[in-house]
Design a binder for this molecule. Sequence first.
Ligand code: PXL
Length: 279
Amino acid sequence: MPKILSIQDLSCYGQCSNSVALPILSTFGIETIILPTMILSTHTGGFKNIYIQDLSESIDKICQSWQDNNISFDAIYIGYLGSTKLIEKTITIIKLFKKRNTLVFFTPACADNGKLYQGFNDNYLEKLRSLCFYADYIVANVTEAFFLMNCEYQAINHPNRIYELIHELTKKFLTNMIITGIEMNKDEIYVLFKQYHSHQITSFKEQKINGNYHGTGDIFLSYMIGKYFISHEMNISIQEAMKFVKDAIVLTKEDTNHSYGIKFEKVLRGFYEKANQSK
Ligand code: PXL
């Protein structure tokens, strides 16, 4: 079974980052090693009086211990990091632990709906661009895709512009690229996938459920990586991950008191039960 290192924050409350990566990847039977970059009382999208503890110093000691024990990983999954210093540390970790066959999945987790998340600025974005060069797959929402390319965000997702953008990004960062959350019309949501070595762009669509929820990107990517390590088929992994997110949003919408994250747990349990019935 593969071992995946997940480097992102631990938001205690809020259903995002390591709190969703761990259960989702584990359900796929993947050994998941979490490296929290910081601990936050909640995620930064809409809560007040957020307590944040930066774990930079602990990270150095944890990595030293891993090296001393010859610990290695089949993939490194990088999400929300939190500071430019933590981005630099993540690059060091990639250099230490990426072996010839280690896949690096990276989502910049820094912006949505045309805006950077609270606490981030152009310096943070510039450092994220330097991390992009170490990724085998970059997975970005439309806002992050525009920002990584240093282009102005366009709220209306004209297909031609997004196709052009994905070409530009793969060329700039020399990597495979996935753009999520593309709204080409009012009823459907699209994901585009372009492999670095191919000119072809594959598009995937799913029914669009209205509403804005935090952590959709994390749930999408955790499921996509989990499925990829089981199936070795990226197209199937993307399509199933889109359905997983859609089903979880449908469930979340039923609960009008729950707006800070996605109720993915029941959908995950259904997936687990279905997978085990067929055994
Ligand atoms: O993946 C989104 C995310 C992760 N971690 C923290 C966040 C957010 C989004 O706002 O604030 C701490």
